[in-house]
Each structure stands twice: as C-alpha cells, then as structure tokens.
Design a protein around this ligand. Structure first.
Ligand code: ADP
Length: 334
C-alpha cells in the first residue's frame, strides 16, 4: 500500500438492510474494488442510516455482519482499504451536526430520495430520515473523500454533500473537497420485475450474492418477457430490456450479440436466454460464495480488519473534527 497522505481519499457505504444483491455489487462494490488499489479508501456498513426506515432491532447485528461478509467476499481487501461500521465512529455524528448548521432545510425537503421514502413509509417520516443527506455528507467528508463509488440513485445526495462542502468552505474557510461520484458500468441495475431499480426492499426485484444456481433460475423464470415474435430492435424499457441489461453485465460480448440478433429476427427463446444468463450470473457469484464461507470459518480475520480500520479511521476523523471546531470558533487557536 502507498503511504496514506499523498493519495486521493475515497468513501462509500452500504446500509445494513440484509444480504447484498447484484445491483449493490455492480453499482457500488465493483467501484470500491476498482479504487482500492490506487486510492486511500474507506468503506462502511451504514447502520445509522439503517435506522431511518423501519427495522428489526433483534436482526440488526446479524444484518451488519452479513453486509461486512458480503463486502469482504466480493473483494474488499484488508491490505488495501478500511472497512468500518458507521455507528462505531462517533466523530461522524458530531461532524454531521456542524454540517446541519450550514444547510438549508428547504434544500433537503426537496430531495427526490426524501420524497420517495416519505411515500414508501408514510408512518415513519422522522427527523432522522430528513437528516440522512447531512449524515451522508459527514460520512464522506470526515476523511475528506473526493471520490464516492455509488449507484446513480445516490447522485442527489452527492449534490447535497457538495453544497454542504461549498457552504462550509465559504463560511469558515477552505477545508473540504467537493466529492464526485465514481461511476461503474452497472450504475443502475434494473429490477427483475421490469420496473424501476433492483432493490432489497422490493420483493421479486433482486438476485442476492448468496443465491444458488437454482434460486437464480427461479428468480429469472418470474421475470416478465413478451412473445418474442415481434422482432426489430431490443426495447429500451420493461422486462425484456432489463434482461438484456443483465446480459450485457454478466455475459460475453458474443452472447449479447447472438441474443440481440435472434431478438431482431423475432425468433428469440426467452427460456434459453434465461438459462444462459443464470449460468453466467452464477459463474460470477460462485467464487464470492466460496470466499464468504472461508470468512465465516475464520471470523478473527474479519474482526481484525474491522478493529484496525476503526482505529485508523477514527484517528483521521479526530483530526478533521479538530480542524472544524477551530474554524467554527468552538476551540481557541493554539
Ligand atoms: P437498496 O436500494 O437495495 O436498499 P442501498 O440503498 O443500501 O441499496 O444502496 C447501497 C449501494 O448500492 C449504493 O451505492 C447504491 O447506489 C447501490 N445500488 C443499490 N441498488 C442499485 C441498483 N439497482 N443498481 C446500481 N446500484 C445500486
């Protein structure tokens, strides 16, 4: 690993809301893996963000561990990056409060993600839900991260983080970068239902990283298609379009070409396409599942990674907090 100080900082996190799916893998984790070789990366399991929507207290610790294991199994390497659990880093909550003092309420109320969650959980519109983008800005900026590998759905939150950084810099003096999204080729993995994005909270929409070949087959079998007889160019929206997006992510260029051509001729057989796609997805997931098994049998490797990440990240966090407090007039100049 290069020395820390001279490398660009990267931060990204995933909420602890259950086993990860191939949308998380393509939109977020692939980006994390791509960056960990070159940059000073910290990744997190965001348990405080998990509390913004209804959750089960008894399952939370298991869900945190599941996400840790999934992230490590997917390729986060203890020699190359840090992996933290958000609630173990109190500095992030402190920083978020300072950020809350420079950000306008009207701006957050306007964010599409807030409006969506409000509609999804009308009985659970808490202050914490509103606060989500501010806490996320603090997650990113505690280590002064400049690059954030996340899916495109997070872009409005990143815009908020940039506004917060700008506002803080203008008010108190330059100290934060304006973080940019690092996009991957799977920045929006669509839902298997044919509508919207793949999401943990939408039943029938996802394939998890833990799924066996049979389960992948079953899930794909339920994905909607058409008669296939129409021919012409591959549609841009709906079930068939989504299957082709998955094919482009998981299958070889020749496979994509050959199914595009049979579609165009109006002779596509979706059972064949789904069979091929199940195999190609499983081929990519199988080594991850083996690594996860290894990690479950060697829990101390996981615990050591988390403990050393936490110590080093909190050290960086304390330095940022000291600088912020001084700039805001909360501590005297030495
Ligand atoms: P979910 O929407 O399944 O609850 P999270 O909100 O925890 O997932 O998102 C974790 C990361 O995975 C974020 O970087 C997010 O942008 C990315 N992500 C989630 N769903 C998708 C998707 N369908 N396609 C691409 N990236 C995604």
């Amino acid at each position: 690993m290069n020395t820390k100080g001279d490398r660009k900082k990267v931060f990204s996190g995933i909420r602890a809301t259950g086993r990860l799916h191939i949308g998380n893998y393509y939109g977020a984790i692939k980006g994390m893996i791509a960056l960990q070789d070159e940059y000073d990366c910290t990744f997190g399991v965001m348990d405080l963000h998990t509390l913004t929507t209804p959750y089960d207290r008894g399952s939370l610790q298991g869900q945190i561990r599941d996400v840790v294991l999934d992230m490590m199994a997917a390729g986060l390497d203890p020699k190359k990056c840090r992996l933290i659990i958000q609630s173990h880093i109190p500095e992030v909550v402190e920083l978020s409060y300072y950020f809350a003092t420079v950000y306008q309420l009207a701006r957050i109320e306007d964010l599409p993600t807030f409006k969506e969650k409000k509609a999804q959980y009308p009985e659970h519109i808490t202050v914490a839900l509103l606060y989500y983008p501010i806490l996320m800005a603090a997650d990113i900026l505690l280590s002064k991260a400049e690059l954030v590998p996340v899916g495109i759905d997070q872009e409005p939150h990143l815009e908020a983080a940039r506004e917060i950084a700008r506002k803080f810099n203008v008010t108190y003096g330059d100290m934060f970068p304006e973080p940019q999204r690092f996009a991957t080729k799977g920045e929006l993995v669509p839902s298997l239902t044919g509508e919207g994005k793949m999401s943990k909270t939408k039943e029938g929409s996802f394939i998890t990283l833990a799924d066996s070949l049979d389960v992948i087959r079953e899930r794909l079998a339920k994905a909607p298609t058409d008669s296939g007889a129409k021919g012409g160019s591959v549609p841009k929206k709906g079930g068939v379009a989504n299957l082709f997006v998955l094919l482009r992510l998981f299958s070889s260029a020749e496979t994509v070409k050959s199914y595009t051509s049979v579609y165009e001729q109006g002779v596509i057989k979706y059972a064949e396409l789904k069979h091929q796609l199940s195999h190609d997805i499983f081929k990519e997931l199988e080594p991850l599942q083996k690594r996860r098994q290894y990690l479950m049998e060697h829990p101390h490797e996981v615990d050591e990674f988390l403990a050393s990440s936490e110590t080093s990240y909190r050290e960086d966090g304390r330095a940022t907090i000291a600088e912020v407090r001084e700039k805001m007039g909360l501590s005297s100049h030495e």
